[in-house]
Design a protein around this ligand. Sequence first.
Ligand code: NAD
Length: 459
Amino acid sequence: MRTFNITDPASLELVDHAPWSSAEDLERAVQESQSISRVWAKNRDARREAMRAAAADLRLNVGTLGAILTREQGKPLLEAETEFMTAAELLNYYADLEWDESTELPERSGRSVSVQQLPVGLVGAITPWNFPISLLGVKVAPALAAGCTVISKPAATTPLSTLAYAQVLQRHLPKGVLQVLTDPGREMSVAISEHPAIRKISFTGSTEVGVAMIQQAAPTMKRATLELGGNDPAIILEDADLEATAQGIVASAFRNAGQVCMAVKRVYVPQARLDDCIEAFTAAVGRLTVGHGLDATTTLGPLHHQNQLNRVRELVDRAVVDGGTVAIGGASTCDLPGYFWDPTIVSVPDPETPLVSEEQFGAALPIVGYADLHELIESLNADAFGLGASVWGADEERASAIAQHIEAGTVWINQHTVVEVDAPFGGWGHSGVGRERGRWGLESYLELRTINRRRLSQR
Ligand code: NAD
């Protein structure tokens, strides 16, 4: 079997080899899915039971699974284990979720009308490398609950954790319900998005690839859910406790080394409080410990690959050329050979510098002073992205009132990056199409059929 190498981003050592799936493997997977799909779609109780058993099995093996994810992705072990716990929580949530397979509409003269909700069919789940398991779990759990079958295609650099996750679930699912295909490039994703037997694409990744994905899926008229990029702002108000705010924002912005779609990626603070804010953020970042994700003391792992590291370095350098000042970080000082970047805070006078205006996706956070809150919100709403935003202040009512004016899929108050299993998550504008999580996440795996019956005789 052809394989490709997977490298540890912290040590640059070989972790393992992953199978290099071919076009024939895709055809085989589609056929296996088709041979089980009718039976699987019919028995909701069996699906629920299998999902709960799979969730328990994931929890039981979380230590081993987490270590596989840390080694190929780089994140601290606790964060890796949390991904598998999230995947288990999602399976249990969707196993328990009540929904009507058929709903009778109100009586009307001469006709009875019912609306059925049926599985959409075979789903292609295409995921990025930053959260390989929780972002797959948020697709697989509602898809299984709805009665769909799934072919998963992880990112080229993180296939091992996905294969391990699927192995656990496959112990409880009939053959063909969940399959994984892996390759080192984009061929398999393209083939999945174009395949006529695949009825829906659930994609998480960059906006650029999301656009390509819709184009590839259009000729076969696939349903599509797209979770795309973001450039989440955090808006600090005049009355915010800067120390607590800095700690909260740093916990969001530097989680997974800043490689989080919904992390705080830029901070806005009243101009008069800029210096105090930089001081508070510098202190909070100074408490992070950079190292290998398997080292128990590590709170910040490496960036995931060389391109990420190059991009973050270039954006910070450019922000300095544009008048910015590095308050802490701005270099790679870890003595491990991997893609390490010290957590960085940059005071930025020019809000147009790309470190602020683009999604940086790395451990570098720009802080910008603002003079007028109204103007700031107008300029943020004019952005193409609309994934998340947060407002930080002592007066919760005022912060909540300001949140009403922000155009984004999630607006947090005095926190950021917190997601709920039962609340919808997704983006406005270029941040995506559709929603995941909660009952909204289930609906996107259901197709509707209206049965409209004329009564031949009035009883
Ligand atoms: P990416 O878009 O480069 O890749 C995502 C997946 O698409 C990978 O599996 C890749 O192999 C595949 N792919 C690449 N080109 C393709 C093509 N032409 N057709 C089909 N598939 C293709 O994203 P990435 O770099 O792995 O992840 C980072 C991006 O993901 C960031 O922009 C981030 O904001 C976004 N993201 C969004 C969310 C969300 O929920 N909104 C969550 C996590 C990450």
